[in-house]
Design a protein around this ligand. Structure first.
Ligand code: SF4
Length: 296
């Protein structure tokens, strides 16, 4: 196994668990999960230190096993906590959030893939916290458009779904039930069904993709009507062999180049950098600004 030495620009932001008392206490009391810790997100300091976190609904066991993801894989046996939507809404109120990112594990064990639970949670948040913006980062629901319609019927402000990597690497990087064209279709259908809702996606680089493949993926996302894109460096969760090795630590200059290309393609916003993740503070601040203007 080749171990790639981390360059300077990756070493700067490491994990400081001691800063997270308030967030961790709330999550524990409310029996809620976040993706921040399990995904070893490099931005956890800023977010948790700033009193926000991306809430993960529907438990912490995923029915899929993508080879870049540190979340537990298994069979959640169709278990869903009916009180979770209310507890999430309470937490949003307690954290005084203005912009909420809701993510989830994949629940292929549920008939609607969890779409109904997503919709209930969005509605609960919006009724208890009028004026708050909600961005569900959804699974592909196995390409089921009826599930997508259920989530959209709850009027999220932004609909996010991650394409994760370029077409050639998708079968290697993502679970076999995921698909490059299937994910593009989720985003395209969302824009067709609800042109008033912004769409967003995310690409991880450093997995062996070529520059022109990343450009092609940006073009495909743009053609699917995607408004916002984030591009970040893949960081291996651990040396466990289930995780793919880092093929390249992409230089910050290349991230800048991808950002420039994305904006020239007409994306409303692109956050691109080694530590950029799909739920990224700067993008949320930008979106909050755009959404507030739209509503005024
Ligand atoms: S679908 Fe893949 S990326 Fe998403 S939580 Fe499951 S294993 Fe992780």
């Amino acid at each position: 196994m080749k171990f790639r030495k981390k360059p300077e620009w990756i070493k700067s932001k490491l994990f400081h668990k001691e800063k997270f008392g308030k967030i961790r206490k709330t999550l524990k009391n409310k029996k809620l999960h976040t993706v921040c810790e399990s995904a070893l997100c490099p931005n956890i300091n800023e977010c948790w230190g700033g009193g926000t976190a991306t809430i993960m609904i529907m438990g912490d066991i995923c029915t899929r096993a993508c080879r870049f993801c540190n979340i537990k894989t298994g069979n959640p046996r169709r278990i869903l906590d009916p009180e979770e939507p209310e507890r999430v809404a309470q937490t949003v109120k307690e954290w005084k959030l203005k912009y909420v990112v809701l993510t989830s594990v994949d629940r292929d064990d549920l008939p609607d893939g969890g779409a109904g639970h997503f919709a209930k949670t969005i509605r609960a948040i919006k009724s208890l916290n009028p004026g708050v913006f909600v961005e569900p980062l959804i699974p592909d629901f196995g390409g089921n458009i009826e599930s997508l319609k259920i989530v959209l019927s709850a009027n999220p402000d932004v609909l996010a779904h991650n394409i994760e990597t370029v077409e050639r690497l998708t079968p290697i990087v993502r679970d076999k039930r995921a698909g490059y064209l299937q994910s593009l279709k989720v985003l395209e259908n969302s824009k067709k069904l609800r042109p008033d809702i912004y769409t967003k996606s995310s690409i991880l680089v450093g997995l062996g993709e070529r520059e022109k493949e990343v450009i092609k993926t940006l073009k495909d996302l743009r053609n699917a009507g995607v408004d916002i894109v984030t591009i970040g460096q893949y960081l291996r969760p651990s040396l466990h062999k289930k995780f793919l090795e880092v093929k390249e630590y992409v230089h910050p200059e290349k991230f800048e180049y991808y950002e420039k290309v994305a904006l020239e393609m007409g994306f409303l916003y692109c956050a691109s950098g080694p530590f950029v993740r799909s739920s990224y503070k700067a993008a949320e601040v930008f979106l909050e600004g755009v959404l507030r203007k739209d509503k005024s």
